[in-house]
Design a protein around this ligand. Structure first.
Ligand code: ATP
Ligand code: MG
Length: 455
């Protein structure tokens, strides 16, 4: 069963109030109960003092002096707040009883306690029994005083009923009050939901209005606004990427088409065909490589998690080095690897290979012919660096080289082919493995890419 949020709040509130109310009611009952009984016991004690002060004794026999109160209604009647008195001698024989006590209604000694509960005529009574001690300190009899409990009993009984009836009423009122308060409190949330639900692709730049108070709602609205901003940025990037990608795919395709159109127009010498077809194959290869990179990016974007395995860095780098050695040699570049055998890093082997492939590919493409490429490991900073002495990257391009399809003007105009995707792949893969990627470059001197591995 789905309970509305406001009712859930009201329910929790009511539960809390139920506990507190139950506790308070119990405390009230206990206080009234104790007070009522303490009161009865006090009454009995006062009566005792009065009676004892009117007793005399001769050796061990008790002499009862007549007191004016003996005739008072409380001692003679049974109906209105009666007080019963009974005096027994040391042998237990009743030697005095108040006139409201009938002969057969002996105030029996049921308890060892000075105060105890009993019944007379089906009436609940409270009794007090006290020894009568003469001047020699001898116990010469016992005084028993009883008062009716009816009044206290009625008060407590009424109190129980009042508490029992008011308990559910208090909870009911509390539930409705809480429910109203909660619905008022969450009204801004409803507003937020309504506004947020109106935001779609077409008006993604709309933002929710921030509440005037800096409370949780303010934070929630701010968080949603930030989320919307991120979505907007990624939507813009996505659009940019799609248009860049289609442009990059169309370029080799229109080159191929142009070549084929030229060839079909009239008969050519065989060597022209060979030349044009070789050019077309190059364009097809470029397209193939581009599609490969796009696939890689799509795979990374799909959020395939990086594996976290222990990798021997020297082994991994030397395998990549072997792969690129031939191309480096063709350009007269010397590849130098100095990585201690015992360096272990955590990461995804496949992803690390891709990173190295891209960095080495760049270092060779943009490297100095007859120059050097150094692959080094710095133990203290845990940095693997790929350093070349090639054309370098102008400072103005540095912030953008990790963007998709970005190529520095230098490389764009040069004969060096590329899609501007390699470094964006490297950056994504490094982020996935928590590797910090940095670059230092000086035009004309060379470039160093640094991969800092987490320790
Ligand atoms: P591809 O997608 O084939 O890798 P690309 O090499 O042009 O194409 P990136 O690897 O992303 O693309 O590099 C982006 C740009 O950064 C390059 O076009 C180049 O201008 C610059 N660049 C990258 N590495 C180097 C380097 N080692 N030396 C000089 N410039 C570099
Ligand atoms: Mg590249």
């Amino acid at each position: 069963m789905a309970i509305k949020f406001k009712n859930r709040i009201a329910l929790f509130n009511t539960l809390a109030v139920a506990f507190t109310t139950a506790f308070v009611f119990l405390a009230i009952y206990m206080v009234v109960y104790k007070t009522a009984y303490a009161h009865l016991d006090d009454d009995i004690s006062v009566e005792k003092e009065e009676v004892l002060s009117n007793l005399d004794w001769h050796r061990d026999s008790i002499i009862i002096n007549k007191m004016p109160e003996w005739d008072e209604a409380e001692h003679s009647q049974v109906e209105v707040n009666p007080t019963f008195l009974q005096i027994t001698n040391s042998k237990g024989k009743v030697i005095f009883r108040s006139s409201n006590l009938l002969k057969e209604q002996v105030l029996a000694n049921q308890s060892q306690e000075p105060f105890y509960d009993g019944k007379i005529n089906n009436q609940k009574i409270r009794l007090g029994q006290f020894p009568i001690i003469n001047n020699n300190g001898e116990n010469i009899g016992k005084l028993t005083i009883a008062v009716s409990q009816e009044e206290s009993f009625n008060i407590l009984n009424n109190l129980i009923w009042v508490l029992l009836i008011s308990f559910p009423l208090v909870l009911l009122v509390q539930f409705f009050a809480s429910s109203i308060a909660a619905s008022k409190a969450i009204a801004p949330v409803h507003q937020l939901i309504q506004t947020a639900s109106r935001i779609g692709d077409s008006n993604i730049s709309t933002r929710l209005e921030l509440p005037s108070h800096r409370d949780e709602l303010f934070e929630l609205t701010q968080t949603i606004n930030e989320l919307l901003s991120r979505i907007e940025v990624s939507m813009v990037q996505q659009k940019q990427f799609t248009s860049d990608a289609s442009h990059e795919i169309r370029t080799p395709l229109s080159a191929i088409r142009g070549t084929l159109e030229v060839l079909i127009r009239k008969q050519r010498e065989p060597h022209v065909y060979e030349e044009k077809i070789a050019g077309t194959i190059k364009e097809v290869d470029r397209l193939d490589a581009l599609l490969d990179q796009l696939l890689q990016l799509a795979r990374i974007d799909a959020g395939i998690a990086a594996r976290n395995e222990t990798i021997c860095l020297a082994e991994l780098v030397s395998l990549s080095g072997e792969k690129w050695e031939r191309q480096a040699a063709e350009k007269g570049i010397n590849l130098q690897i100095t990585i201690p055998e015992d360096v272990l890093v955590m990461g995804d082997r496949l992803y690390l290979e891709l990173i190295l492939d891209n960095l080495l590919n760049n270092a060779i493409k943009y490297g100095n012919p007859q120059g050097h490429i150094f692959l080094n490991w710095d133990k203290t900073s845990r940095v693997l660096s790929v350093k070349d002495d090639g054309i370098g990257i102008p400072e103005k391009d540095l912030p953008y080289i990790f963007n998709r399809f970005y190529r520095a003007d230098e490389s764009r105009s040069s004969a060096v082919k590329g899609n501007g995707l390699g470094l964006s792949i490297v950056k994504k893969l490094a982020d996935l493995q928590h590797i910090v990627l940095n670059v230092e470059s000086e035009p004309g001197k060379g470039t160093t890419f640094m991969l800092q591995f987490p320790s």
